[in-house]
Design a binder for this molecule. Structure first.
Ligand SMILES: *Cc1c(COP(=O)(O)O)cnc(C)c1O
Length: 352
């Protein structure tokens, strides 16, 4: 820390993103990216728009917002385009967070954004089996943040369970982070018209293969979206760049391509879950594009390290309750075959 860093952030512990190694080619299953490239129209549209970068982007992100809202049967006033979901989360915490509640095991950025914005927070323990008890979130009088499906467990709540939580906290915003919803969970978007305290974050990073473009949306009542706009125009009016907006519109037009990819991921998830269980792993049923797995007698740290030596990158969290697990992104069938083969080797060599 330099002698100029303000006391305001002296104790801030930043988020640690998954490795993006530049040294060698790994079978990269550590940051839940899509193994499939963006669709052809996306690449073309972004390249074409690059020629217009002399001009600022549209601060209202009108075209991509209209296209996205239309894809959900909503109006433009009910969505806000952001520089990835992470920006949506930060804006929402700034706008609505007096006190926060979220699970003890969830997306690692929630406590970081809470600290950044000096918002007190409570971490509510998941059950022993890592499932989430909806009743734990009734009548909290705190802003609630839930990832559905949850990360890194992959487990999802039903739409009715989300609705019960939203209903039981009418005086607070309930933020549902749907980063992985398109891989098999139920979206809460259909509840937007019914509840003015429901805010949803979706992203183009996972399902739509655009992690490097940075595009996400807040979805909610028009009054919530206006408040988020106040924060946005106080932070970064041109938060979504021209290439990304063009890419986003094209990605919505080529929806069928992404749906087909998601079906492949679901099939590979089934295959991987079954294969890991056959190797002695415990694997909760995932509704996401990753699985969370542990094997008695094999530490998560060891498996992570041994796989990395063998060119396979997975994610390990040194955190109480989950440090014996690894989180494995579901990739192509070829990638999963390599991952499973190397995992089997590690088991044989380590558990002698
Ligand atoms: C990946 C992820 C995000 C962040 O997505 P970006 O749109 O890339 O910022 C948000 N929430 C969860 C739970 C995620 O896993």
């Amino acid at each position: 820390m330099s002698r100029f860093f303000t006391e305001r952030y002296a104790s801030l512990v930043p988020y640690i993103p998954g490795e993006q190694p530049q040294d060698m080619q790994y079978v990269k299953l550590n940051t839940n990216e899509s193994p499939f490239p963006p669709s052809p129209g996306v690449v073309e549209a972004a390249a074409r728009e690059a020629g217009n970068c002399r001009l600022y982007s549209d601060p209202e992100s009108r075209l991509v917002s209209e296209a996205f809202a239309a894809s959900l049967g909503l109006k433009r006033e009910q969505v806000l385009a952001c520089n990835g979901s992470d920006e949506t989360l930060n804006f929402a915490f700034m706008a609505f967070g007096r006190e926060l509640a979220f699970p003890d095991i969830s997306y690692g950025f929630y406590p970081v954004f809470a600290e950044l914005n000096h918002i007190p927070y409570t971490e509510i323990p998941l059950r022993k089996d890592l499932s989430l008890a909806p009743e734990d979130y009734y009548g909290l009088h705190k802003m609630i943040v839930l990832a559905n499906p949850n990360a890194p467990t992959g487990m999802a709540l039903k739409r009715d369970e989300i609705e019960a939580i939203v209903k039981a906290n009418p005086d607070e915003v309930v933020l549902i982070d749907e980063a992985y919803v398109d891989f098999g969970a139920e979206s809460a978007v259909g509840l937007i018209e019914k509840y003015d305290n429901l805010l949803i974050a979706q992203t183009f990073s996972k399902f739509r293969s655009l992690a490097g473009a940075r595009l996400g949306f807040a979805i909610g009542d028009a009054a919530l979206i206006r408040d988020l706009n106040t924060i946005k125009y106080a932070t970064n009016p041109y938060n979504v760049n021209r290439m990304t907006s063009a890419a986003g519109i094209a990605a919505l037009e080529e929806d069928a391509y992404y749906r087909a990819n998601a079906r492949t991921i679901q099939a590979n998830r089934r295959f991987t879950t079954d294969a890991l269980r056959a190797l002695g792993f415990e694997v909760p049923e995932s509704s996401s594009n990753f699985v969370f797995a542990r094997r008695p007698g094999l530490s998560g740290e060891t498996l992570y390290r041994e796989l990395k030596k063998r060119g396979v990158l997975v994610r390990h969290f040194s955190k109480p309750r989950i440090d014996d697990y690894v989180r494995v992104t579901i990739g192509t069938r070829e990638q999963m075959d390599i991952f499973l083969r190397e995992t089997e080797t590690v088991i044989k060599e380590v558990l002698v």
